[in-house]
Design a protein around this ligand. Structure first.
Ligand SMILES: Cc1cc2nc3c(=O)[nH]c(=O)nc-3n(C[C@H](O)[C@H](O)[C@H](O)COP(=O)(O)O)c2cc1C
Length: 289
């Protein structure tokens, strides 16, 4: 395992490791205005949701590593503490990248990158009409994380108004995750895309308490076939089946004891893959009798 002491790394190397490891990062496409009303639009992937009550997003325009200057987005927010956080779908990604070019102060990246300004209802910065989600935000605080090149500045933005395109809603008026097609930033030039091909579900453990992997018999825990993901689903079951149910299962299935451990674990694995971890546990326990 490569172990790196952060203090020994150059700033570009540090940035390289961190930005390739902490991925994918959602993209806040922030529009701001300066005190004279000049509009600015720039993407930031040091961004996430940190609170729902109050609804708070944080993003971070860093001090430039090159010359330690600050970004126009930060300068504008310090003058007018408002921003629109627009979310970026795959259709917008190339134009969004273009908007990240370091145009001189006063240049409107809506114009440069070919996006359409949509007036906001509560605040001065305009929304990006093409973005499927636009949040009108008031900036509560800006917290500088340092004064050297590369230092972030946490922009703590409270969402006041949400605009969501019907194109990504389901019939109940909720966001359909399969329709968003949002993009996220990875290391270097890499991006990823939240579309149907890439998404999968992990059912929430909810309020019930899973038995835990530690409660499973040793042969299951140390299986050469069952993976961590398989064990995670078994450990998430809320109880072991009753002995009576296991007995019935043994009878109905003509005794799975005839299987080798490998065959048994492969059979259990395919049950788990088929969404039936409870049945897989039953099979494994029945063979253990
Ligand atoms: C997808 C993407 C994500 C970015 N994320 C950040 C970020 O989180 N922080 C940052 O300081 N710069 C980030 N950048 C670079 C800024 O967008 C770039 O420096 C931009 O010119 C800043 O514009 P401004 O000076 O008009 O605010 C990102 C660029 C792209 C393309």
């Amino acid at each position: 395992m490569l172990t790196l002491n952060v203090a020994d790394l150059s700033l570009p190397d540090r940035q390289n490791y961190l930005q390739h490891a902490i991925v994918p990062r959602p993209i806040c496409f922030a529009s701001t205005v300066d005190r004279d009303g000049h509009v600015n639009l720039s993407p930031f992937s040091f961004f996430n949701l940190f609170s729902t009550n109050p609804p708070i997003c944080v993003f971070s325009p860093s001090r430039r590593g090159r010359d330690n200057t600050t970004k126009h987005t930060l300068d504008n927010i310090l003058e007018v503490p408002e921003c629109v956080i627009n979310l970026v779908s795959y259709d917008m990604v190339q134009q969004t990248s273009l908007a990240s070019v370091e145009y001189p102060k006063g240049v409107n990246e809506f114009v440069k990158a070919g996006f359409t300004e949509l007036p906001s209802q509560l605040i001065k910065p305009p929304r990006v009409a093409e973005a499927p989600v636009q949040f009108e935000c008031i900036v509560n605080r800006v917290i500088p994380l340092g004064d050297k090149g590369g230092a972030g500045n946490l922009v703590i933005a409270e969402i006041k108004l949400m605009h969501i395109s019907e194109s990504i809603l389901d019939t109940n008026g909720k966001i359909d995750q399969l329709k968003t097609d949002f993009v996220a930033r990875m290391g270097g030039d890499w991006y990823c895309r939240a579309n149907r091909e890439n998404l999968f579900k992990v059912p929430k453990p909810n309020t019930q308490i899973g038995i835990g992997i530690d409660a499973l018999p040793e042969a299951i825990r140390h299986s050469k076939i069952l993976t961590g993901n398989d064990l995670g689903q078994l450990g998430n079951l809320t109880c072991f089946p009753d002995k009576a149910i296991v007995d019935v299962y043994v009878k109905e299935h003509k005794n799975p004891v005839g299987l080798t451990e490998r065959e048994l674990h492969i059979a259990a694995q395919s049950m788990i893959a088929g969404g039936k971890p409870d049945e897989a546990l039953l099979l494994l326990l029945a063979a253990d009798l």
